[in-house]
Design a protein around this ligand. Structure first.
Ligand code: SAM
Length: 283
């Protein structure tokens, strides 16, 4: 629908509904007509699948998803938007808005209720204030999404898709890598949104892999070690891991057993190193 990327139309529509953008809710709406079709194409690869969106805005991406998927459900927190969406998505019988905070959605029952046994892809222009928490909530739910295609700030995209051992790698890189393969698809300039944010963006796609490498207890331990190590990334592991409550002697013994140098820093470790460290720490 061309009008949903027409800035004049959007201004009129929002003014008619007395809507003002909320910075706190990360409301920067897409107005570049080429972006949503590309995102929807990257996410939905068969017409019988479902699509889960987070944050509808005026429905510009919802509309594109509804053209390609069998069913679209969009979780939106802002109760001022459904009357606007009733207008903009009037032709999309297969799109439904659920008024809720995505951070309060219990993923498995929600997906069963709305999608049944359909394969489902996530596709969203994420509100930037909760990018990582939303991604981790989706991944940690272990729901078998076919993929997660999301627009995030460019720096967040670099962190999420970083190779371990590089400057961009951080705790979130390791966490995402544990669950998925992450790839950057394309950049999106700040001028593609209204209002324009202060930073550029990028669309990334996560493809989940199903390697059961750790038990749930080990997973907890793994992420606490990763957080402690990257929380003080300039320090050597023998110092940064003290943040987990272990003594210096125990850390030295653990690093030795896992074959990791005590002078190594978090960013020099691969995910496999962290997993080995975790398993040794629970022996
Ligand atoms: N999809 C639209 C687009 O691309 O123009 C809007 C994207 S805008 C960056 C983010 C959207 O997420 C807004 O509609 C905002 O109200 C919504 N949102 C913010 N926090 C949310 C939350 N916790 N749960 C669900 N939706 C949220």
């Amino acid at each position: 629908m061309a009008a949903l990327t027409d800035i004049g139309y959007i201004r009129d529509l929002l003014a008619r509904h007395g809507f003002r953008f909320s910075k706190a809710l990360g409301q920067n709406f897409l107005v570049n007509p080429s972006v949503c079709p590309r995102m929807a194409e990257a996410a939905v690869d068969s017409p019988d699948m479902g699509a889960l969106e987070i944050g509808a805005g005026v429905g510009v991406l919802t509309y594109e998803l509804a053209q390609r998927a069998d069913k679209v459900v969009c979780v939106e927190i802002d109760d001022r938007l459904p009357p606007i969406l009733a207008e903009t998505l009037a032709d999309c019988d297969n799109a439904q808005i659920v008024l809720k905070d995505i951070m309060e959605v219990d993923i498995h029952p929600f997906m069963q209720e709305h999608f049944g046994d359909r394969p489902v892809a996530v596709c969203a222009n994420l509100p930037y204030y909760i990018t990582s928490p939303v991604i981790m909530r989706l991944l940690e739910s272990r729901y078998p999404f076919t993929s997660i295609t999301v627009m995030v700030q460019k720096e967040a995209a670099a962190r999420l898709c970083a190779e371990p051992g590089t400057r961009d790698a951080g705790a979130v890189t390791m966490a995402v890598r544990y669950f998925a393969h992450a790839e950057k698809l394309f950049d999106v300039s700040r001028g593609s949104f209204t209002p324009s944010p202060n930073v550029d963006s990028a669309v990334i796609r996560l493809t989940l892999h199903n390697r059961p490498t750790c038990t749930p207890e080990e997973e907890k331990r793994l992420f606490s070690l990763v957080r402690a190590a990257f929380g003080q990334r300039r320090k050597t592991l023998s110092n940064s891991l003290m943040g987990t409550g272990m003594s210096k002697t125990d850390i030295a013994a653990l690093l030795d057993a896992a074959g990791i140098s005590p002078t190594a820093r978090a960013e020099q470790l691969t995910l496999e190193d962290f997993i080995r460290l975790t398993k040794h720490s629970m022996k």
